[in-house]
Design a protein around this ligand. Structure first.
Ligand code: SF4
Length: 187
């Protein structure tokens, strides 16, 4: 018996870093999208960054992309419940992503967006202070200029969908990435 109110389907793909950067990265376009978000400049995991983010990726030859499609059982869930619905999968993915980052000596890009690590306290970036949980927070693929919608559709076979009203869409899609060298890790 389970009390989960959703189904989760996970897909993993590994691609060469060069191909992923050349085919899926467009910093100018996605930074422009980020500028419209209230998190821009206000969260440590969000742009603008103080360095060329490509330099963080160049030491690694491959990237593992992991996507999870979350389908709520209730098709009329209001949008306000979106984080409650996503949270268990977000936490599961973040935990495994950080474990594999440690194991491989890689570089992870996760899901910071609305970072909840500090509870209701404002992000330390707003006070010009360092992140309080740098061991737990990783920027998103979007923040590093990657097209997540194309990543999901072309590499994972998941077509992302968006809400057309005040309810959560038919399903949600979470996508994260681990840049690494050597043998493919087991997700
Ligand atoms: S953990 Fe806290 S300080 Fe760090 S990015 Fe999240 S909200 Fe900001």
């Amino acid at each position: 018996m389970t009390d989960k109110n959703y189904d989760a389907e996970q897909v993993v793909a590994v691609v060469d870093r060069d191909r992923y950067v050349s085919d899926f990265r467009d910093v100018a376009t996605f930074e422009e999208c980020c500028r419209a978000c209230p998190n821009y400049g206000n969260r440590w995991g969000c742009p603008p960054f103080d360095h060329d983010t490509l330099q963080d990726l160049l030491p690694y030859g491959k990237v593992m992309i992991v996507g999870v499609k979350i389908t709520p059982h209730d098709t009329r869930m209001p949008m306000e419940q979106v984080y409650d619905l996503m949270r268990p999968e977000l936490e599961r993915l973040n935990k495994r992503l950080l474990e594999l980052e440690q194991e491989t000596g890689g570089f992870a890009l996760g899901f910071v967006g609305k970072c909840e690590r500090c509870g209701n306290a404002p992000c330390a970036r707003k006070q010009g202070k360092p992140c309080r949980h740098p061991d737990l927070v990783r920027p998103s693929l979007e923040a590093y200029g990657f097209n997540v919608s194309e990543t999901a559709s072309k590499l994972l076979g998941i077509d992302m969908v968006w809400s057309r009203d005040k309810n959560i869409p038919r399903y949600l899609t979470l996508v994260c990435g681990l840049f690494f060298n050597g043998d493919n890790p087991v997700w």
